[in-house]
Design a protein around this ligand. Sequence first.
Ligand code: F6R
Ligand code: MG
Ligand code: MG
Length: 369
Amino acid sequence: MKTTVSIIKADVGGYPGHCSVHPDIIAKANSLLKDAKKSGILTDFFVGRCGDDLELIMTHTKDCDNKEVHALAWDVFKKGTEIAKELKLYGAGQDLLSDAFSGNIRGMGPGIAEMEITERKSEPIVCFLMDKTDPGAFNLPIYRMFADPFSTAGLVIDPAMHDGFRFEVLDIYNHKRVFMNTPEETYDLLALIGGKSKYVVKRVYPKKGKLPEDEPAAVISTEKLSLIAGEYVGKDDPVAIVRAQSGLPALGEVLEPFSFPHLVSGWMRGSHVGPMLPVSMEDAMPTRFDGPPRVVALGFQLANGRLVGPVDLFKDIAFDHARRKSLKIAEYMRRHGPFEPHRLPSEDMEYTTLPKVLDKLKSRFEAVK
Ligand code: F6R
Ligand code: MG
Ligand code: MG
């Protein structure tokens, strides 16, 4: 029997501001998902949090995009929004862009990462949860995990990984996708995914043999709120599920890319470049300049759909150095104030509130002879 792992997440109201999720919302989500487990919709679940995002990590035996599971998540977000409204939390219902749920949560605001898998003899997975950034923030670490031999030793050492992996890359503006093989198409792949605001890695597959055909080793949520709503409505704080070990990157190879605090888009007003800060769930409270952007890694073993865990992986002191470095970079970037490259380049500001300010200045420009 197959197991489906679904992370469905939304910001249904922050506390205070865009900082955290109120415990009452987490308690409500836990109680609703517990009922769903009793009634057989879910096999297991874990309610997580990263910054102001409520993260529903669920397992079940239905397919991806299942109506019942999506309706359940939608119901949790709606009821969470009711609590947020009662407590006057900030941005209550922020990520629920529509009122009319019609069977699939896709395109309605929440972020979704799902994979239907045949559980291996032992199935370690890592659920990554990010806040104050966008889906392109996963491009670099996912590339490093599955294609960079300086990060993942198994690509060189393990014959089961030596063939490389296949990347599914989305052009999120034109709704197109392309599959690319590494190592042979590495340079072409990097030519695309280095442009992380347009091209985002959606899934990674092993090339052959290790997993039943068409089963991914990694999946990333790629929803862009601004492209759904047509204007700035908050960031698209992404999540990802990565399978580890036995011919896939080892747990430590899955985590290794985050020892480098790479620069991502997001942070204050979704308009700035800043370093990623790997933290425990407890420390996922973006405060300084509404950030810096955070990533949490929750590790589980799957046992016939049961989520054994989590282990809060970035709690490890081995990531202290990355954190110190990230905070130093944050300080350096902040000193640039409103100047690029701390502020996003103009083309990436299109879906922020800046165009409204620039519009007012348009009429004051005169021709220069
Ligand atoms: C970033 C984010 C925050 C808000 C900022 C302004 O993803 O959500 O940085 O953009 O706090 O929020 P408003 O305009 O709601 O006061
Ligand atoms: Mg928010
Ligand atoms: Mg958020």
